[in-house]
Design a protein around this ligand. Sequence first.
Ligand code: IMP
Length: 191
Amino acid sequence: MAASGPEEIPAFARDHVASVLLSAEEIQAAIARIGAGISHDYVGRDPVLVAVLKGSAPLIADLLRAIDIPVSVDFIAISSYGPSARNSGVVRLLKDLDQPIEGRHVLVIEDIIDTGLTLHYILRTLRLRRPATLEVGTLFNKPARRLVNIPLRYVGFDLPDRFVVGYGLDYHERYRNLPFLCVLKPEVYGG
Ligand code: IMP
């Protein structure tokens, strides 16, 4: 499938993008596929989708509209304890779920799984609340970097070990609003 042409890159980011890895169309096609899978697998189970803020915001918005069975949505927000703890898996819960999940079929929706440590913490926290089932769907997956094993029910794309932005993923809170996934030029990280 063709990648997005330069004309589709917003002006503010045009000089920052080194290459587009996945076009908006490719991303939307993967979300349609995951949505169809969820609609099939969870029919009659009234699932709760738990989106992890902030990176999953565009994904949950598009994924909800690709699901054609009754579904609830809830949000958690977490933050790592700073750069030195980046790979420690120690994270802080900034916003908890609004509703109890005991006895519910819970599907955690992630934007990207890298080492897996963040999600490992989230799953451990949610499991204590005794959901009927607890599964994970992620749009982007970096298997080469995994430090803990996490079974994934739905995966959009396996990615190489590169830092990517766009479609919810940021570098210093920027680029989340790009509709495609891309790699930035090295000089962007320098300055
Ligand atoms: P993990 O705990 O190593 O799996 O890290 C997961 C979190 O790190 C994600 O939720 C993202 O916020 C961030 N992250 C990992 N890789 C990337 C990337 O390539 N671009 C942007 N953020 C990333």
